[in-house]
Design a binder for this molecule. Structure first.
Ligand code: SF4
Ligand code: SF4
Length: 230
């Protein structure tokens, strides 16, 4: 018998307009305009728009992947955006982690022992969303182990600062505004970040000590362009 395997891949044509992807989308947070959201892009394409018609939102996407994790139709939204960006020759974003993965470091027992409920722990959101199914359990366990209470704003901590994205480099994403929103209304004594690049801005905005998880492990991380502030 001939065995024909088929796979069904959800595309922008499957978007039913539930708006869930808008909630965690950093570019929507900055514009408050549905066109700057994955839903807006998908719906525009359903209506016959071309990638060039959507140049501005395509340029503003920081490729954090938060929309992929939440879409109930399992549409590969970052794949869709990547394709459209390629269609109009925009530079590629990357979700690759450093060789020294902050996620791996955050699994270390000696690191976890140094984190407490007075800490604000900011994950590196892009790799988190790229491997959401495997990592959500780890971060929930970390929250419980370190004595942190239920975080009603959990999605705000799982949103990227956007630093180092193509949109940030091109001056089309306001990282400072994003960080201000991330920490707004929070009480904490120090900040722990996974992405070393987030340290300087968080120190400047919060006025609190900021550590990288690699430092908690006693690893000296040297990064180009990093000038310690304060
Ligand atoms: S990848 Fe991030 S910034 Fe881009 S559309 Fe999805 S949620 Fe918004
Ligand atoms: S979450 Fe998915 S189905 Fe819902 S509006 Fe966004 S892209 Fe469309």
């Amino acid at each position: 018998m001939l065995n024909i395997q088929t796979s069904i891949v959800a595309t922008y044509a499957d978007c039913q307009g539930c708006s869930l992807c808008i909630l965690p989308c950093p570019m929507w947070q900055q514009h408050h305009d549905v066109m700057f959201s994955p839903q807006g892009i998908a719906k525009a394409m359903q209506s016959g728009a071309q990638a060039d018609d959507l140049r501005e939102p395509l340029e503003n996407c920081i490729h954090c992947g938060a929309c992929d994790a939440i879409c109930p139709e399992n549409i590969d939204l970052t794949g869709m955006i990547t394709q459209f960006r390629q269609d109009i020759s925009l530079p590629e974003n990357s979700k690759k982690e450093d060789a020294l993965s902050p996620f791996v470091i955050s699994c270390d027992a000696s690191v976890q022992a140094q984190i407490g409920d007075d800490d604000l722990y900011i994950i590196d959101a892009a790799p988190f969303h790229a491997d959401y199914a495997n990592r959500i359990e780890h971060y929930d366990a970390l929250r419980k182990q370190t004595g942190c209470g239920m975080n009603l704003d959990l999605n705000r901590m799982a949103i990227a600062t956007g630093i180092g994205s193509v949109a940030d480099d091109a001056g089309q994403f306001d990282v400072k505004k994003q960080v201000q929103w991330l920490v707004q209304g929070r009480c904490f004594e120090r900040v722990i970040v996974e992405n070393h690049a987030d340290m300087v801005l968080l120190r400047e905005i919060t006025g609190k000590p900021v550590f990288c998880v690699a430092e908690l492990l006693g690893i000296v991380v040297e990064r180009r362009g990093e000038n310690e502030a304060g």
